[in-house]
Design a binder for this molecule. Structure first.
Ligand code: EPU
Length: 416
């Protein structure tokens, strides 16, 4: 199992090119199931999760040809309407094939995703929404069996805001008969990117970017060309890294218009940012100032940045308070950061962080994707050497993070 060895205390300087967004690429790749036409995609990140979803899609009969970050999908010969447990258990986003398969072929068998390190993460809203569209759904032997003659438009209000739930229902509704109204829809930029692709494929969707999506079903969708948006979480992770270590970096292939409150919080920390049309220059000198926040759905503070900001807070010049409201168990990194000398105490879904003068390297274990990234940041800020175990989590969602960071001066190597 690969590990990362990080020697802390290095200032970051140079350029980093941001990759395509994982959480936009995954649903967009599943949209290839909705048409027999060619879907030509670019800016697809090189990630383990992308490999997993491609493996799953290839099993259905979807043809995939790949040239680095460019991919062409063709769904004219789909033969298998199934997502097996072996793949779904490794990646929950596999549930995103359910809506497209059902809408286009009237049938799907998808394994129920199991538990997850960050919370129980049920998919009841996906199921409830598809039932509202007329699907007959049974759950047996750990599988969701879904069937319909033709989905029929409906008004659906999910009990909570769900990102992949919105994406699944949106994709299903594009091929349903009549009008579907999705209320309480997720507004994350990744949902918007998927909706823009679907429109390019011939879908009729109004309210894109809002919490009320109105979809007029069409008989079929056609092929399209689309560039996946750049990854705001990857970009913000590197911004946290420079806030923790000090330095001067230029992020390229990024955007500045969908960064939620994370950029404001980075300014509060003391990071000086200069925005270009597709770039952010970030400069940091001195000790970070503490920031408190509460995670919420977009456009609020993203849960996917909670751990990385906590890493910066551990060495800030004061105390902060972090509340996680999206997932019930997303503080697994706390114990690991405390092993590096951080002073964090949790109380329910709130973490109280007392900034310390210094962290000291130690062996730590990554528990999930964003926790892994936060440990890389903490390790880069710590004195001495940190070994981070179980970094397969990191490879799921960051495109060669250690290569990008060493190119800007970090002392970080992968140990096979
Ligand atoms: N929920 C339910 N029932 C459902 C669906 C969701 O109870 O049917 C609950 C969840 O348990 C959670 C909350 O609703 O407490 C929100 O979950 P959501 O469905 O929005 O999460 P997701 O769609 O499974 C996506 C991202 C996550 C990101 C969350 C929140 C993808 C592939 N994954 O997950 O990304 O944290 O939205 O923004 O888009 C990551 O990239 O590290 C990651 C975990």
């Amino acid at each position: 199992m690969d590990k990362l060895q990080v020697v802390g205390g290095k200032r970051l300087e140079g350029e980093i090119v941001i990759s395509g967004a994982k959480n936009a690429a995954l649903p967009i790749l599943c949209a290839g199931l909705l048409t027999s036409g060619d879907l030509e995609l670019s800016n697809v990140p090189r990630l383990h999760d992308v490999k997993t979803i491609l493996k799953l899609l290839a099993q259905t009969g979807l043809a995939v040809s790949q040239d680095d970050e460019k991919l062409t999908l063709n769904g004219s010969a789909i033969t298998t309407l199934e997502a097996p447990y072996e793949l779904v258990k490794t990646m929950r986003a596999s549930i995103l094939v359910l809506g497209p398969l059902l809408a286009r072929f009237g049938e799907a068998k998808v394994s129920l995703p199991g538990g997850c390190a960050i919370g129980s993460r049920p998919v009841d809203q996906h199921i409830k929404g598809l039932q509202a569209l007329g699907a007959e759904i049974t759950i047996e032997g750990g599988y969701i069996y879904a069937k319909c003659k033709k989905l029929k438009g409906a008004r659906i209000r999910t009990d909570m805001i769900t990102v992949t739930g919105t994406e699944n229902l949106l994709m299903a509704a594009t091929l349903a008969d009549g009008e579907t109204i999705l209320e309480n829809a997720a507004r994350e930029p990744e949902v918007t990117d998927l909706a823009n692709l679907l429109v390019a494929m011939g879908a009729k969707i109004e309210g894109i970017g809002t919490d009320r999506l109105v979809i007029q079903g069409v008989a079929e969708l056609h092929g399209a060309k689309h560039a996946v948006i750049s990854d705001r979480i990857e970009a913000a992770t590197f911004l946290c890294a420079v806030a923790a270590t000090g330095g001067d970096i230029l992020l390229k292939n990024t955007r500045t218009d969908y960064f939620d409150v994370a950029l404001d919080k980075l300014r509060e920390i003391g990071l000086v940012m200069t925005m270009g049309p597709a770039s952010i220059r970030a400069q940091m000198g001195g000790r970070p100032k503490p920031v408190s926040f509460r995670t919420t759905e977009y456009p609020g503070f993203p849960t996917d940045m909670q751990a990385q900001f906590m890493a910066v807070d551990t060495i800030a010049s004061g105390s902060s308070r972090i509340t996680e409201t999206i997932f019930e168990n997303r503080f697994m990194h706390v114990q690991e950061m405390n092993r590096l000398g951080a002073s964090i105490q949790t109380e329910g879904n709130t973490a109280h962080v007392k900034g310390v003068d210094r962290l000291v390297g130690a062996p730590v274990m990554a528990t999930d994707l964003r926790a892994s990234a936060s440990l890389v940041i903490a390790a880069m800020a710590a004195q001495g050497t940190t070994i981070i175990d179980r970094i397969y989590h990191l490879d799921r969602g960051y495109d060669r993070m250690e290569v990008k960071l060493s190119a800007v001066g970090a002392d970080i190597v992968r140990i096979k």
